[in-house]
Design a binder for this molecule. Sequence first.
Ligand code: HAM
Length: 430
Amino acid sequence: MSAPQAIAAVKGFRDVLPDESRRWRALEEAAERTFTRYGFGEIRLPVVERTELFARSLGETTDIVEKEMYSFADRDTTGLTLRPEATAGVVRAYLENGLVQSDPTARLFYRGPMFRRERPQRGRYRQFYQIGAEVLGRDDPLADAELLVMLERYLAAVGARAARLELNSVGDRVCRPVYRERLREFGRAHLAGLCPDCHRRVERNPLRMLDCKVESCREIMTRAPVAADSLCDGCRAHLAQVRALLEQERVAYVMNPRLVRGLDYYCRTAFEVVASGLGAQNAVGGGGRYDGLVAALGGPDVPGVGFALGLERLAMAAPGTEAEAAGPAAVILPLEAGAIGPALALATRLRDGGLAIGLEPAGRSLKALLRAADRRRARLAAILGEEELRAGRATVRDLVRHQDRRQVLPLDASGPELARLLQAMIGGGE
Ligand code: HAM
């Protein structure tokens, strides 16, 4: 019988190993700390929603809805979709759970996997993770500005210093139709140079021409009219106040009049966080205002504003410090079979004392064991050989500094006492 073949993960789906997930956890914990200070509570949403939720909210003619959703029929024929983003789900939950009455200005944050069938490349996956925040029930510029202050503070807290905030207004239900018409006229005049998709977009949804990925279309669209020139007085005033508040709080941003987002629900404020050094997929996050979305999903006319950050890209822009990647405080190295029991006893007591401790199997040379301890990036090695067992003390070596200095740990000490002694050895090595 031939050996069974290994099974690979699905294209665009990847594993997050401990070194990376440790960083992710730090990013998530920092988000929770920061967002909580701004009054946000966490919402945990389902990964699967009815397909029509996304078709109705993201826009029928967006790339996501047209070609990137993982949609399937459930056994009872209900059309289901793996969520490509979470704003639609937040709004559904806000309505379905009655927050619209009980907590109309709800502030919700979330984290978790999203799914889009895009072409995989560095920084772009078919399952990726987001951290996001949504403010419902507020249409005043203060809500936008406060959210952007929080976003900036969060990015600074996690060390994403090269990230730049780009801001624009995409207009509202009053002035967007005017802009749409101007774009349509521009598209018709440049039809010959546009791709087949954009030919359709000209009539169906000319705004989508602005984020076409085809090079020739992108070149043409650099000359297209910008939303900023069509804004109504209400949108102008809103943008001016958001900007004034950001400037008051010294939040750095650049105006990008060509910024459009890939989803149809945006109105007025739209923004992106862009980081240099990430290659083509340089948008670490994005968001904006979506005042018509709650109504479009069957609720009252409630406004909203929010953002989402891509965790993979955020981790690239803010890789963290060496200290986070530190290994265990110590690794216990039993040299012979007789040391197995005492080694486990020592490890258990130190772990009970609150320390991260590694434990190697017995039966190898001291040299091999020390190499193993090094691989684990341990700070100390506690050696248990024949001599140590006789004396009732483990020999401790500092693997980082003072490699020749030996210290000892009495095996009969209590857990807290052992932890204290070990900690002193780490501190004393400074
Ligand atoms: P989005 O711009 O589609 O917005 O996605 C936000 C972020 O998710 C992107 O900036 C990027 O970092 C990350 N992202 C998107 N697609 C991928 C992918 N295929 N692979 C890796 N990362 C990806 C939204 O999703 C909106 N729901 C944001 C929002 C919240 N607007 C208002 N509230």
